[in-house]
Design a protein around this ligand. Structure first.
Ligand SMILES: C[S@@+](CC[C@H](N)C(=O)[O-])C[C@H]1O[C@@H](n2cnc3c(N)ncnc32)[C@H](O)[C@@H]1O
Length: 282
């Protein structure tokens, strides 16, 4: 007997066994029918008695198998949503997170139209590309140590027709050749290796460790490097915006409490976690 979309939803929700809440399972169902069948939530609501095609059933069955092994939905669809952008993502980049969308909102409040912006550890290019799409006159550079991540960022820039310079450089090195910037922004790797066991398997097994963990014992390693980069590459009066680990917000702040910076503040994300640092170069 052929299934209609309404009954199919319950079947998919039942078949999803990985650690998902009911709400997540329903969201996954809608993402899957949209991705594989071009059926939107509204289409579903107005035509839930429509039959499910064999092709859609087969594609979704395949996807459920992967989801149940912990493979992230974004790796199956190869799409990550970030603010207004639909980005290509794969296993070489961090899947863009909602907190980072909030970081971009903070930047946009201080951005003037022709500002020069440097994004340290650009990954998929999500931060750089969303700033460029909202401030087309801004001049944006994104750097990353991972060449494979940069391929993804460049592909996204081309697909979205957004002109951002993506460069293969490390924030461990001096970047004086890049000149001065009005805004420096970074979501660096900030998870300590000791926290690896607390993370979900689908993060640890499927997202690049270079994007998640600092290889050193020092949880503030990247923040100390960014402090150095800000001394060299941020104009006086320029702003620095960082995403950080809530457990280390105070110690991260202390790095920037020097004569070189003023108005160093820690800001919370929408979940009330101490998540961002904003500072102005003195
Ligand atoms: C937490 S991810 C953030 C990616 C992206 N900006 C985002 O918010 O989704 C950190 C990024 O820093 C990059 N990275 C790690 N070490 C680096 C280094 N020494 N220099 C530059 N980038 C580095 C990683 O490859 C990864 O893309």
């Amino acid at each position: 007997m052929k299934l209609n979309l309404f009954n199919y939803k319950s079947e998919v929700v039942d078949a999803l066994q990985y650690n998902f809440s009911l709400r997540e399972k329903e969201q996954i169902f809608f993402s899957l029918i949209s991705h594989f069948g071009s059926i939107s939530k509204v289409d579903f609501l107005i035509s839930s008695s429509n039959e499910v095609s064999e092709k859609l059933e087969k594609d979704i069955l395949n996807a459920i198998g992967k989801l149940n092994q912990g493979i992230p939905l974004q790796h199956i669809t190869q799409i990550g949503y970030f603010r207004d952008l639909e980005l290509f993502v794969n296993e070489n980049v961090l899947i863009p997170r909602p907190e980072t969308e909030e970081l971009v909102s903070l930047v946009l409040e201080e951005l003037s139209s022709h500002a020069k912006v440097l994004d340290l550890g650009t990954g998929s290019g999500c931060i750089s590309l969303s700033i460029k799409s909202e401030f087309p006159e801004a001049i944006i550079t994104g750097i990353d140590l991972s060449e494979k991540a940069l391929e993804v960022a460049k592909q996204n820039g081309q697909k979205l027709d957004l002109d951002v310079s993506f460069l293969h450089l490390s924030m461990t090195e001096k970047l004086t050749q890049l000149g001065m910037f009005d805004i420096l922004i970074s979501n660096p790797p900030y998870i300590g290796k000791e926290e690896e066991k607390e993370l979900d398997d689908n993060v640890v097994l499927h997202e690049p460790h270079m994007a998640l963990f600092s290889d050193t014992e020092d949880p503030l390693y990247f923040y100390k490097l960014i402090y150095e980069r800000a001394l060299d590459n941020l104009v006086d009066g320029g702003f620095l915006f960082l995403e950080l680990h809530e457990n280390y917000s105070e110690s991260t702040k202390q790095i920037f409490i020097t004569n070189e910076f003023k108005d160093v503040e820690i800001l919370t994300d929408l979940q009330g976690k101490l998540r961002f640092l904003k500072a102005q170069k003195a």
